[in-house]
Design a protein around this ligand. Structure first.
Ligand code: ANZ
Ligand code: ZN
Length: 828
């Protein structure tokens, strides 16, 4: 045994054990991908990489602990495992801290990364440190920029002016989901709208593929995440219908999911903030319209769509013509119609749509029902009826839908519209293009130069990276929505790469979701210097077998990563079309029923928990708490109990007196059976991600082994050695320090993490039989040897056969079966 592995036989000293093994592991560096046996199958264990906002917290501890169970298990099973770590290190908090402290965002960022890295090392995680990356390193963002340029060349990155949510406090653009109740998610300031020229990625080109490929993820990703993705993409089937507007040459097209209701379209609504509204409004109505528009611009999209919001709007003074009834219907502008969904204009059917109905009631517009509500609806029903039923009041020139169901009428109407050239079948997606530009400093600069002569000019690849200039403190402040990069005059003013004339760099930086949409590919070949990654080295690892992370990323991060992989697939750079084969969303660590927060003062500090109980007890507590998807209320946890269990397990190693390598076959059979059953159960449970049950089963094995030592065959029995070695291996998945120390006490060299998973002896899995007693009229007439899990039907059949002579022709009135041990036959 090596000197560093020598242990004190008596005392389970957590701090000493941690100190003993950390340097050994650092020297051995046992988790480098590529170090498994030649030809080993590969497994990619991926965790969402941390944002360096401070030290690690309980949430990190949980994700990392869960991911580590898989990674360590795969190593033990002989796989070649890629389990990398890196940092998502661009982003606003660094910049805000730098402004506050008059500092450079780099200083804050890299100091926090070092703090987290130290905590991660202490936490004993099975990461491959050689692949470490930081998205804010020029060596990384160079390739983020390179990828942007490839997207640009493919027409997937473009600029357009668009109204954006604007936070006047943070001086930044906000995505819709960063606007909560009309206020900035970060600082609570009321959000306004403004028009800005922005960069977008054309995710909408991939909407259908993003939907279709979810087939492959069914059952491998949580259902609720798939549902959220589906809803976010929001595919709607229906029709485009053309309406003539009086006094306008070109007809206006609307998108509807209910073309069957066209006979009930009694008015027409244009999004108040769509250019069409301003175009259509008559002079008499212009003043009313403009003051209304002012009001609309202040509301967020989410507020505008809320069903319970008062239905405001103004008449535009114009009329459209319903293409099937020929009736003139008034054209209104309203805010419940969104400018950027569908065509920004709708046919309003107050008889079939809630919001149209509320609007009609508010403004005295006519309501026509085109679907007969089924029986049970109140007589003279006035409200909107949105369900299926028999179509009524829908006959006109060349079309008669009356009597059809809604789906039949929908098809018939679309056919009619297509025949008459009035409309077409259509599909619309709720998904919007990805607004990726940020008017902030701490991100990857967009590698484009604006030239008065040449227009948008991409920075040539050999001039990448476009490095961030050195700005500190107040220089990072934004004014009037301009990126702070605009303040760096020397940096901004460059010769045009195309004509050499005076030109200016684009001053926007990329959304950090761009950085995190491809980091998992970079991990596969982190040293690659001529491209973002080497396709040959990516191929064996992708798709990542397991991705573990928070459900807060259920929509955007996953959708954007999926989009990136599809584009890269189309570019011939990756073979796969989906990045993550399985997904596990861990629950949240909460305290006293509530999310931990500064204001509630219920935060639990990971560092102090580790100081008090040790790394292993904290890790074990998090994994044992329950199914990984469930929230963990730290107030209900007992890290002290975990510590006592670990101590019990550790003591077992000191009681083993047989030599390493002793043949276990002659050992106590009962203990051997339990050991082998536990190993098999662990294999199945880990694949099913039921890590907490693995811990429970390990605890049972520890208890049984203790009994065997104290009351049974004793520490010299080779079955005891086998059991304790198994405990050490199982524990290494969650409590690596304790496991390593046990391993050394058992006379092995480090590290237990790279030993072999115990091989299950199938013959030991055969369950022992139990004796079933068969009675006839209360008298024992037979005994049967049966499997403990014998079914009621089987036991009944075997029992009746066994006592046939005692029944002897009498009628069997009742058979009471209590598997596996009792059958009582009542005859009469
Ligand atoms: C007539 C109609 C009758 C509609 C009816 C519904 C029920 P989803 O499923 O979300 O795609 N719509 C179309 N464009 C809109 C916009 N820019 N802003 C707000 N609403 C818009 O919804 C499609 C339906 O939402 C369309 O079908 C349209 O109203 C409305 F009994 O057309 B419907
Ligand atoms: Zn030029």
């Amino acid at each position: 045994m090596s000197a560093e592995a020598r242990t004190d036989p008596e005392v389970y000293d957590v701090a000493a054990i941690q100190e003993r093994w950390r340097p050994v592991w650092e020297r051995l560096d046992p988790f480098r991908a590529g170090t498994a046996a030649p030809g080993a199958e590969k497994r990619y264990a991926l965790t969402m990489f941390p944002y360096p906002s401070g030290d690690l917290h309980m949430g990190h501890a949980e994700v990392f602990a869960l991911n580590d169970v898989l990674a360590r298990y795969w190593w033990l099973r002989g796989y070649d495992v890629l389990n990398p770590i890196g940092w998502d290190s661009f982003g606003l908090p660094a910049e805000n801290a730098a402004i506050r402290n008059g500092a450079d965002p780099r200083a804050w960022t890299y100091a926090n990364i070092e703090t987290q890295a130290e905590s991660i090392r202490r936490y004993g995680l099975a990461f491959d440190w050689s692949r470490r990356l930081h998205t804010s390193d020029p060596e990384y963002y160079r390739w983020t920029q390179w990828l942007f340029l490839r997207f640009y060349e493919r027409g997937l990155a473009y600029r357009k002016a668009s109204p954006v949510n604007w936070c006047p406090q943070d001086q930044t653009v906000l995505a819709n989901e960063q606007v909560v109740g009309g206020h900035c998610e970060r600082c609570g300031t009321a959000v306004t709208k403004r028009e800005l020229t922005q960069w977008f990625f054309k995710v909408t080109d991939y909407a259908q593929r993003l939907l279709d490929d979810m087939e492959d993820l069914q059952g491998a990703w949580p259902d609720r995440v798939l549902t959220m993705q589906r809803n976010w993409i929001g595919r709607s089937e229906g029709a485009h219908v053309r309406f003539t507007i009086e006094g306008r040459e070109e007809p206006v097209t609307v998108f509807t999911t209910r073309p069957d209701t066209l006979f009930g379209a009694t008015f027409f609504v244009v999004a108040a903030d769509a250019p069409l509204a301003a175009e259509l409004v008559t002079d008499e109505q212009r003043a009313a319209f403009e003051s209304y528009l002012e009001e609309v611009r202040r509301a967020s999209d989410i507020e505008r769509l809320a069903a319970d919001r008062p239905k405001t709007g103004v008449f535009l003074g114009r009329y459209a013509v319903n293409p099937v009834t020929g009736q003139r219907i008034p054209v209104w502008a309203a805010d419940y119609v969104l400018a950027d969904y569908g065509t920004g204009a709708i046919m309003a059917v107050p008889g079939g749509d809630e919001r149209d109905h509320a609007f009609a009631v508010a403004h005295g517009l006519p309501v026509v029902h085109t679907v007969q509500p089924p029986e049970g609806f109140p007589e003279g029903f006035e409200g909107p009826y949105t369900g299926d039923g028999v179509v009524i009041a829908s006959a006109g020139d060349g079309i008669d839908l009356d009597g059809m169901t809604v789906p039949e009428a929908t098809r018939a109407m679309i056919d009619h519209l297509e025949r008459r050239g009035l409309g077409t079948r259509a599909v619309t997606y709720r998904l919007r293009d990805w607004l990726l530009s940020r008017q902030r400093f701490w991100g990857a600069p967009i590698p484009v130069v604006h030239c008065p002569g040449c227009g948008e000019v991409p920075v040539p690849d050999d001039q990448l990276p476009v490095r961030l200039p050195d700005l500190v403190g107040d220089q990072l402040r934004q004014e009037g929505g301009r990126s702070p990069l605009a303040n760096a005059t020397d940096w901004v003013e460059v010769p045009c790469p195309r004509c050499g004339g005076d030109a200016r760099r684009d001053t926007d930086t990329m959304d950090t979701f761009v950085d995190s949409s491809w980091y998992f590919l970079r991990y596969c070949s982190p040293d690659e210097e001529t491209r973002p990654f080497d396709p040959e080295r990516v191929r064996p690892w992708m798709p990542a077998h397991s991705y573990v992370g928070g459900v807060e990323h259920a929509i955007l991060h996953l959708l954007y990563s999926r989009f990136f992989v599809k584009v890269l697939h189309d570019m011939g750079m990756v073979e796969v079309t989906e990045p993550f084969a399985t997904l596990l969303n861990q629950g949240q660590v909460i305290n006293q029923g509530k999310a931990m927060s500064k204001s509630l003062g219920n935060g639990v500090d990971l560092g102090s928990m580790i100081d008090a109980y040790g790394v292993d007890a904290v890790r074990l507590t998090l994994v044992f708490a329950g199914p990984p998807e469930d929230d963990i209320d730290w107030a209900d946890m007992s890290p002290g109990g975990s510590l006592r269990f670990l101590q019990r397990a550790w003591r077992l190693a000191g009681d083993v007196t047989s030599a390493p390598g002793t043949d276990p076959t002659a050992g106590d059979a009962e203990l051997r059976r339990l050991t082998h059953r536990t190993v098999r159960a662990a294999e199945e449970l880990i694949e099913a991600r039921r890590f907490n049950v693995v811990v429970a089963r390990t605890m049972e094995l520890v208890n049984a082994t203790r009994k065997a030592i104290d009351a049974g065959p004793g520490g010299a029995d080779p079955a005891v050695r086998e059991a304790v070695e198994t405990v050490a291996i199982l524990l290494s998945l969650v409590a690596p320090y304790t496991a390593e120390d046990m391993w050394a006490r058992l006379g092995h060299e480090p590290t237990v993490a790279r030993t072999r998973w115990p091989e299950v002896d199938e013959s030991l899995l055969v369950q022992e039989t139990v004796t079933a007693v068969v009675q006839v009229m209360g008298k024992v007439r037979a005994r049967l040897e049966v499997q403990p899990d014998v079914s009621e039907a089987d036991l009944r059949e075997r029992a009746l056969a066994a006592v046939a002579e005692h029944v002897d022709g009498r009628e069997v009135r009742r058979v009471i079966v209590r598997p596996p041990s009792l059958v009582n036959v009542v005859v009469g």
